[in-house]
Write a protein of this length. Structure first.
Length: 248
């Protein structure tokens, strides 16, 4: 199973998504606000905002919430000033981790994230310490019930870099700049994906088992549970058998 799909599948199996819907909304509202502040409130001329709004709609966020977040970003409504940035470090077993954050209090966020790393047998590194192990790409993932040939043809015709059968999912990889065009071309063909996002894909994976696997999953949970953390990327792989042991 591909590493970037792994954590999504684990979360799904844990039933954590519904329980954390409020946190998902909070993080999406931050992203929409910051995207609108940086690039303006017009979805057609602001790809980052458009992607964030599409993701919010995919999570069934009410339109009023989306509109308010955009207006806070453009200054039409009073809002909080968020600083965004990235932490890099290592987790159990030498797993490379990138944490993207948005915060109104950087000191608090640094302390919280450092504590999570330390508690779960990890350590924060300097900027650039692990980023070279990942590539920023657009990723559109489909269920294996989908028509692979149709996805393959439509994706390559639209300018995708690669289309892969990962066994548990069909994945379309794009340059970040081409992500929206490829996604819309697939939608125009009536193809329905499970996830579509610009993400950080690991170049190689670190296999974990036993105590290290357990520590890694707990660490991911705690990082994603932090209100200031927007995204977490890590290059771990854990077998399904090992997940069953950890999750009991």
């Amino acid at each position: 199973m591909a590493g970037h799909s792994k954590w999504a599948n684990i979360k799904h199996r844990k039933g954590a998504q519904d329980a954390k819907r409020g946190k998902i909304f909070t993080k999406l509202i931050k992203e929409i606000t910051v995207a609108a502040k940086i690039g303006g409130g017009d979805l057609d001329s602001n790809p980052r905002l458009r992607t964030a709004v599409d993701k919010a709609k995919g999570e069934n966020m009410p339109k009023d919430n989306i509109d308010r977040a955009i207006k806070k970003g453009t200054g039409d409504l009073e809002g909080v000033n968020y600083e965004e940035g990235t932490f890099e470090g290592y987790g159990p077993g030498g797993v490379a981790i990138i944490v993207e954050f948005m915060t109104d209090n950087r000191t608090r966020t640094v302390a919280d994230v450092r504590h999570i790393f330390t508690k779960h047998n990890g350590n924060l590194g300097v900027s650039g310490s692990v980023a070279f192990l990942f590539d920023r790409k657009g990723l559109i993932a489909f269920s294996t019930d989908s028509d692979f040939e149709a996805i393959f043809e439509a994706a390559l015709e639209a300018g995708a870099e690669d289309v892969k059968d990962e066994g548990d999912a069909y994945e379309v990889i794009t340059d970040p700049a081409d992500f929206i065009d490829v996604r819309e071309a697939l939608a125009a063909k009536g193809l329905k994906w499970e996830t579509a996002e610009v993400t950080m894909l690991p170049q190689n994976m670190v296999q974990l088992e036993g105590k290290q696997a357990e520590q890694m999953l707990k660490m991911m949970d705690k990082l994603e549970d932090n209100d200031d953390v927007q995204n977490v990327y890590a290059n771990f792989d854990i077998s399904d058998e090992e997940i069953e042991k950890v999750m009991g």
